[in-house]
Design a protein around this ligand. Structure first.
Ligand code: SF4
Length: 250
């Protein structure tokens, strides 16, 4: 009888499962039961709110100064945990000498640090700006790429950066959620969520396409000048009657 030889069983090396990235709720995020209790806006109410924003400010502008998509990208990277006014103060002189990736690389990290040293985390940001400029030159022909994945691949650029650049430089209907948009989305009940991504996706879902180009700026400006973090100015708020915040005044 022929001898049956068995192949030795080779066990596959255990592939460590990729850890899912923990989604951490923002410290000022509403509790889950609060989110559930919020009465959702009807499409007619959302349309009404954005019609009022449009009427009051038909062409809202972002407040980060820039002269082209590259300087916009740099300004957004520098603006993390900093105010737009603080970034503008530093970038006015910087963009005079470095408004392209090549000029930024030529300027070098050390001199760049001098220009931006009034901005928080400036050392890390200087490193990132030089690295992203070098990457734009080596991989994207010196141009700011037009896809989310490519922008997010640049050092120092995350989802919010990609959303701002895609919206402001390329006119895409993206929704960047900063601290103001996060607060307004939650307080008003337009798009409640415990993370910026939840709020972003919620806003994209409820805001009609006709308003999406400017929606990001209307909500930022609303949060910055009316729906203030500590003392919202409900008495002058355009959408007071629609807002779901239980603590609103008037
Ligand atoms: S009514 Fe008050 S809380 Fe509501 S959106 Fe307006 S300012 Fe904010």
């Amino acid at each position: 009888m022929a001898k049956i030889t068995r192949k030795p069983v080779t066990r596959k090396a255990a592939v460590p499962k990729k850890k899912a990235k923990a989604v951490v709720a923002k410290p000022n995020a509403p509790a889950r039961k609060t989110l559930k209790a919020i009465r959702r806006w009807t499409p007619a109410e959302v349309h009404e709110a954005f019609s009022r924003f449009r009427k009051a400010n038909p062409e809202p502008k972002g407040e980060l100064e820039h002269v082209n998509p590259f300087t916009l990208l740099v300004a957004v990277v520098l603006s993390a945990q900093a105010t737009d006014a603080g970034v503008n103060k530093a970038t006015r002189a910087l963009f005079e000498v470095a408004d392209t990736p090549q000029k930024m690389v030529d300027l070098g990290e050390e001199r760049l640090r001098e220009y931006i040293k009034t901005i928080g985390l400036y050392r890390t940001k200087a490193k990132n700006v030089i690295a992203l400029s070098a990457k734009l030159l080596s991989e994207f022909g010196g141009q700011v790429p037009r896809t989310r994945a490519e922008i997010e691949s640049l050092p120092g650029a995350g989802r919010k950066t990609a959303n701002v650049v895609l919206n402001m430089a390329f006119g895409e209907h993206t929704m960047a959620v900063d601290t103001h948009v996060f607060r307004v989305g939650n307080r008003t009940g337009l798009a409640p969520g415990r993370t910026p991504l939840e709020v972003e996706l919620g806003l994209e879902k409820v805001i009609p396409a006709e308003f999406m180009l400017h929606a990001h700026h209307w909500l930022i400006l609303h949060g910055r000048y009316t729906c203030l973090a500590r003392k919202p100015r409900c008495e002058v708020c355009l959408i007071n009657d629609l807002c779901r915040w239980p603590e609103k005044t008037v």
